[in-house]
Design a protein around this ligand. Structure first.
Ligand SMILES: Cc1cc2nc3c(=O)[nH]c(=O)nc-3n(C[C@H](O)[C@H](O)[C@H](O)COP(=O)(O)OP(=O)(O)OC[C@H]3O[C@@H](n4cnc5c(N)ncnc54)[C@H](O)[C@@H]3O)c2cc1C
Length: 328
């Protein structure tokens, strides 16, 4: 029987939403293939993560808990994930198409001589069996692909799948004797400089306020984007032009070469809507474009358009939101 191994993503002992969206994709695949699902939890001090996932319908949760796995270095994590997959006899290994998944999973595929479908947005039936739908050419088209090898590696786009709900029941938790072999790694972990913020993270936020080059400077970006994000409890994003021009940090970038998001509400402020930007946000549920021009590509996918100067309309919008909140 086919077995799907889902690689868990976690942060500070907490299960990330990316694990649950991957699990949802795995459930859809399991239904089509008649497969069972196992979960791999890799890291250091991750017993709590395994316990938190025990009610999600996996048969076995394999826990590779080792001090040398504290940081997800692709070389050591890929080895351990491939080892777990072989020991568990898994024929599909799935993870999120997050930065971590993109880093690690191609190495897992190489180790297992597996074909790989990356960034999948759907599980589909094709004339050649079960396949995967994935965007190509910056999302300009969707391709259905099948994998020919015996073992498959798949990464799932988080914004394309809902988070899997708990099913109840208890998975077996199995300690896996991990051998990360850090000494053989050509990379070494030095330190992690994380962004400290009280805002929701960009890829998990319900509301995103993104700013573009039209905001002219870092001061302009902060002056316009921050108050609107604050008033809505939103995450902040940006176009690549805004990042390249130094208005905001790199990890704000949304698009083909940045993050892919699909929040309930997306504000594109002073963003023209180049295809590479749309690739990262066009599946947002409601899109609001705020732009001085009314003929930019962003308007073609926007649900609401506000034509005006962001420097004057955003403060007005914030005042109106504050008034609604206070009930006046
Ligand atoms: C290989 C490749 C990968 C790329 N990857 C990405 C990516 O991941 N993400 C990404 O975003 N881009 C990406 N790009 C760049 C992309 O092509 C565009 O250059 C970029 O998205 C433009 O950013 P922008 O909309 O902020 O700037 P612009 O295109 O310069 O648009 C600025 C907008 O602001 C409006 N504006 C000006 N002043 C105001 C004002 N006061 N109030 C309101 N509106 C105003 C203007 O009318 C205009 O629409 C990539 C490009 C390549 C070639």
């Amino acid at each position: 029987m086919s077995k799907i191994l889902v690689v868990a993503e976690h942060d500070d002992g907490n299960v990330k939403k990316a694990t649950l969206t991957t699990l949802n994709m795995a459930r859809q695949l399991a239904e089509k293939r008649g497969a069972s699902i196992d979960i791999a939890v890799v890291g250091s001090g991750v017993g709590g993560v395994a316990e938190a996932l025990a009610g999600y319908g996996a048969e076995t949760i394999h826990v590779a808990d080792h001090a040398d796995l504290a940081y997800p270095l692709a070389s050591s994590w890929a080895k351990v994930i491939a080892d777990i997959a072989s020991a568990a006899d898994a024929d599909v290994i799935a993870s999120s198409a997050s930065t971590t998944g993109k880093d690690i999973m191609p190495r897992v595929a190489a180790r297992l001589e597996a074909g790989m479908a990356s960034d999948v947005v759907g599980v589909v039936d094709t004339d050649d069996g079960v396949g995967f739908r994935r965007p190509m050419w910056a999302g300009a088209l969707l391709a259905d692909v099948v994998i020919d090898s015996d073992v498959w590696v798949v990464t799932a786009r988080g914004s394309a799948f809902d988070a899997a709900a708990a099913t109840g029941g208890e998975s077996a938790i199995d300690a896996f004797a991990a051998e990360p072999n850090l000494a053989a790694s050509r990379t070494r972990f030095i330190r992690f400089d994380g962004t400290q913020s009280d805002r929701p993270t960009l890829d998990e936020a319900d509301i995103v306020v993104a700013g573009g080059r039209g905001l002219k400077s870092a001061d302009g970006f902060n002056q316009v984007v921050e108050p609107l994000a604050d008033s809505l409890g939103a995450a902040i994003g940006a176009s690549r032009a805004a990042v390249d021009d130094g208005f905001c940090p790199n990890d704000y970038q949304i698009g083909q070469t940045g993050k892919v998001v699909a929040p309930q509400l997306y504000f594109a402020v002073a963003i023209s809507g180049a295809i590479q930007h749309l690739a990262g946000m066009k599946n947002s549920k409601v899109i609001v474009a705020i732009n001085t021009r009314d003929d930019e590509p962003i308007h073609k996918i926007a649900d609401y358009t506000l034509v005006g100067d962001a420097f004057s309309v955003i403060p007005e919008l914030c005042e109106k939101i504050a008034a609604v909140k206070s009930g006046s």
